[in-house]
Design a protein around this ligand. Structure first.
Ligand SMILES: Nc1ncnc2c1ncn2[C@@H]1O[C@H](COP(=O)(O)OP(=O)(O)OP(=O)(O)O)[C@@H](O)[C@H]1O
Ligand SMILES: [Mg+2]
Length: 364
């Protein structure tokens, strides 16, 4: 999978700019706050439909403008694509690929695959459980659009169930008949999601522990700890668990079990990383995780995703950097840094300088 050309209009600190990417390692360098991460964000948007760093689409429209437009030309082994994303201040958003409107996120995810790796990804290890669930959900949705559909359906039903539980908590006159209906539907989608999470984590763990060992000889292990713990993951077992806790849930006024409480845990040997590991060890674990995700995408899609590496070289020691350069040399990479020296130990094919929303390619 390759991205070829990106054109942006009124996007973040860009007015009008076009960038043509090389097929291998593209480096965008420049001082802080010039627009490097913004370019990665633009590419990421075509893969995930939303930004990797903001929930509010409007934030991305250039201050003072009332719309933005992005065009991305990319290709996979079979064909070329031209995608267009437009967003206006009044909240209207449209995406099309080869002139066909994309109306659902699950449709968009069939096309461009990217893996983003930035310093904030350390939060996958250190941060709150929902950050790990978000990582899982994005990674699995990217490979299996049906997962995203089930996830949306699950959360819709969960909101309805929580609404009812809250009402029942405050008043004895509210009928609980619908509780069983929500539990049935949650069990159907929930067991489906659990199976996908369990399989994905098992496969990811296979690659991540192998890669981690190559980098630093330590034993990395990923462990899925589902909230609904059962030997066989199926709808019946899920439903039994939910039914068994109904009285407690009413008392509590909200749901107690379900995929919204699952955990993904990281271990080195038998020790949990977030409790004992150094910054560098945590960073190495995330590096292994992201490279494992890259391999998994290649397994499922028969093509490597485009790697978006935001300012990470400066955070890695020389050995880890050397490892990463080796791993990425045959893939398309878009990498940002503030100091070009950080890339001198790797093979870089195209260099761009970013200054105040203007990109200039360096001709060697
Ligand atoms: N909607 C917007 N309109 C105009 N400018 C914006 C908008 N959103 C963000 N910016 C500005 O874009 C600039 C560049 O942001 P970006 O995150 O791409 O910087 P960067 O080059 O990656 O810097 P760093 O090296 O610090 O990570 C910032 O100064 C930010 O304030
Ligand atoms: Mg940046």
């Amino acid at each position: 999978m390759k991205v070829k050309k990106l054109s942006v209009t009124n996007f973040r600190n860009y007015k009008n700019e076009t960038v043509s990417f090389g097929e291998n390692t593209n480096v965008f360098f420049g001082n802080n706050a010039q627009g490097k991460t913004n370019l990665l964000e633009a590419v990421y948007l075509f893969s995930h439909g939303r930004s990797h760093r903001t929930k509010s689409d409007n934030e991305m429209i250039n201050f003072g403008s009332d719309f933005m437009k992005l065009c991305l030309e990319f290709s996979d082994a079979d064909r070329d694509y031209k995608a267009v994303l437009q967003l206006s201040k009044n909240g209207k958003k449209s995406i099309s690929i080869n002139n066909v409107p994309i109306t659902k996120l699950s449709m968009l995810m069939r096309y461009l695959n990217v893996v983003m790796f930035s310093p904030e990804d350390l939060q996958i290890i250190k941060g709150a459980p929902q950050i790990r669930r978000h990582f899982l959900d994005e990674a699995i949705s990217q490979l299996y659009p049906v997962y995203l559909k089930r996830l949306i359906s699950y959360h819709k039903n969960l909101a309805q169930k929580n609404n009812l539980l809250k009402k029942m908590h405050f008043s004895e006159n509210i009928s609980g008949d619908m509780l069983d209906v929500w539990n049935e539907q949650l069990s159907d989608d929930g067991s489906f999601i659990m199976k996908y999470r369990a399989d994905f984590i098992e496969n990811l763990n296979g690659y991540a522990s192998e890669i981690h060992k190559e980098i630093c000889k330590e034993n990395l292990n990923l462990l899925y700890t589902p909230s609904v713990d059962c030997d066989i993951i199926d709808k019946e077992n899920f439903y039994k668990k939910l039914s068994a806790v109904s009285a407690r849930e009413i008392e509590n006024g909200s749901s107690l079990y379900g995929i919204q409480r699952d955990e993904l845990r990281f271990f080195i040997g038998d020790k949990e990383i977030k409790n004992f590991a150094s910054q560098g060890q945590q960073r190495t674990a995330v590096l292994s995780l992201k490279m494992a995700q890259t391999e998994l995408i290649a397994d499922v899609r028969n093509e490597y995703p485009v790697l978006l590496l935001d300012d990470i070289m400066s955070e890695l020691d020389l050995d880890r950097r050397a490892y990463l350069w080796g791993k990425i040399k045959d893939k398309q990479v878009i990498l940002t840094c503030t100091d070009l020296d950080d890339t001198k130990d790797g093979s870089v094919s195209d260099i761009f300088e970013v200054v105040s929303g203007k990109v200039t390619k360096r001709e060697e």
